[in-house]
Design a binder for this molecule. Structure first.
Ligand SMILES: [Zn+2]
Length: 90
């Protein structure tokens, strides 16, 4: 499932919900890897660009490869984002 297209003008990725190791749900572009903590943050350009070696996205969480998974509808609902207009992946 995905929410919007990546707001970066040079990127055509899809912004998708992601579950990190702590169980927190965030949003990540499946192309450029940029992360937003909330859906509202996408329009406000409040993104973080995680990078090696720590892949940190805030003080407590990271998106290190192998520790994250794309979220399911149940994850998104428990994050309080179930009412947003999610779309099916092609
Ligand atoms: Zn992107």
């Amino acid at each position: 499932m995905w929410l919007v297209e990546c707001p970066s003008y040079w990127d055509q990725g899809l912004v998708r919900p992601l579950v990190v190791e702590t169980g927190k749900v965030v949003l990540m572009c499946d192309s450029c890897g940029v992360v937003w903590h909330t859906p509202a943050g996408i329009e406000e350009f409040e993104h973080v660009a995680p990078c090696e070696p720590d892949w940190s996205i805030d003080q407590d969480s990271h998106v290190r490869p192998g520790t994250v998974r794309w979220a399911s509808p149940a994850d998104v609902t428990s994050a309080g984002w179930g009412e947003l207009k999610w779309r099916e992946l092609p």
